[in-house]
Every structure is written in structure tokens, then in C-alpha cells.
Design a protein around this ligand. Structure first.
Ligand SMILES: [Zn+2]
Ligand SMILES: [Zn+2]
Length: 218
């Protein structure tokens, strides 16, 4: 689904009425006019309020159908097919504009994840913890891939990843628990523990936290 819409991002559609670039929108689930779908999840629509088709449309629809409305120029993705689509008002479709920047960000994250997954098996030998963190911190990664990544945390024994992972909220409770257990093991291996009050790292043997001065129970 992400891949389908991404290929449309490079398409450029220009409105023949006003020469404005059309905006990629989610199509309405039902075509108001004939009750049929558009056959595409996405449409390119001219949302320019000064577009001559839109400006002249009000009068035409009032005259022809006796109700309030106008037309927007619309084109199907990956196609030369175009339509004048009836709309009820100015903000029809403004709520269904595709968030292109967000899609591009999702795509970047997706590509990063794919790369990290490829590197996961060899990253320990290469002493590069980045793929492990990328997989762990990406909530759309598959659960078994993330579990594979958790298993690598203790062998890496890297204190620098503790804060980063502690601050991530894992939607999968079990995974979150596995991560916490791995981090606890890493701290222990460094003879450290987390102060339960201020969350700073202190020596395992400490009875008072050097950061917040509170007493620590063993
Ligand atoms: Zn236009
Ligand atoms: Zn403390």
C-alpha cells in the first residue's frame, strides 16, 4: 500500500483550466454521482479556488441543477483520464489531501529498516550496534525480527544504548519486557544499576544515590 502510493509521488499532473499542479488526495470511498468507486484509492485534484472551472462551476450547477456546488478538475493516477468532479463546497477534499512529507518519511524509515535487517546477522562481528537499534526502535518492524535484535543486546554489552531504549515505549508488552531484561543484564555486567528515583545510573554497591541523595534499598 505504501509502495503503491509512493510511485504516484513522482507524477506531476497539471490542471488544464488554471495550470496549477494537482494535489494527490485519497479518493472518496463512493463516487457521489453514480454510486461507483473511482477504481483508484488516490486521485489528483485541482484544489485551486481561483481555478476557472471551479469559479464558473457555481453558476452552472445552480442553473442546471438548482443546488449549491461546483466542479473540481480531477485526474486518475498513472493515467491521462480526467474528469470534472462535482463538489458541494470549498473544503471538499481538503481533509483527504495525502500527507506527502509523511509518506516520504515513512518510506525512508522503511528503507532504513530493510537495510538494518540485512545487516542484523553480521553486525555483532562488525561491532556495529546501529542495525539492532534501528530494528528495535521501529514499531512497524516484524516482531520476530525485533526479538532477534533483542537477543543481540547483551552480547553487544553497550551502555550507550541503555538510555535510548529506556525512553522508547514498546507497544508490545512482552518485547518491552525482554528489552528491559537485557538492559538490566548489561547494567549488571558494568556493575551499575538504575536509581529508582532519578533514573541515573549508580554503582551496584551504592546505598545512597550520588545524583539525588536518596537511600537505595540494596
Ligand atoms: Zn484548476
Ligand atoms: Zn537518584
Amino acid at each position: 500500500m505504501l509502495q503503491t502510493v509512493l510511485q504516484y509521488l513522482d507524477e506531476k499532473h497539471i490542471c488544464p483550466h488554471c495550470q496549477t499542479e494537482l494535489t494527490l488526495c485519497h479518493s472518496p470511498s463512493i463516487h457521489v454521482g453514480d454510486g461507483l468507486g473511482w477504481g483508484s484509492e488516490y486521485l489528483f485534484i485541482c484544489l485551486n479556488n481561483e481555478c476557472s472551472l471551479f469559479v464558473k462551476g457555481w453558476e452552472h450547477i445552480e442553473h442546471q441543477y438548482g443546488h449549491v456546488g461546483s466542479y473540481r478538475h480531477m485526474e486518475l493516477p498513472n493515467s491521462k483520464e480526467s474528469f470534472s468532479m462535482m463538489v458541494g463546497g470549498y473544503d471538499a477534499f481538503t481533509g483527504s489531501i495525502v500527507d506527502v512529507d509523511d509518506l516520504r518519511r515513512q518510506d525512508v524509515r522503511y528503507q532504513e529498516l530493510q537495510k538494518a535487517l540485512q545487516q542484523l546477522d553480521e553486525c555483532l562481528a562488525k561491532k556495529d550496534i546501529k542495525p539492532v537499534l534501528t530494528v528495535l526502535l521501529n514499531d512497524s518492524a516484524r516482531l520476530d525480527d525485533r526479538k532477534r535484535a533483542v537477543m543481540l543486546l547483551v552480547p553487544f554489552n553497550d551502555l550507550n544504548c541503555v538510555e535510548l531504549l529506556r525512553n522508547h515505549i514498546f507497544k508490545d508488552e512482552h518485547l518491552g519486557y525482554e528489552v528491559k531484561r537485557a538492559l538490566d543484564t548489561i547494567l549488571q555486567k558494568h556493575f551499575l544499576k538504575e536509581c529508582p528515583y532519578c533514573a541515573e545510573l549508580v554503582k551496584l554497591r551504592a546505598v545512597v544515590c550520588k545524583h539525588c541523595q536518596r537511600e537505595l534499598s540494596s
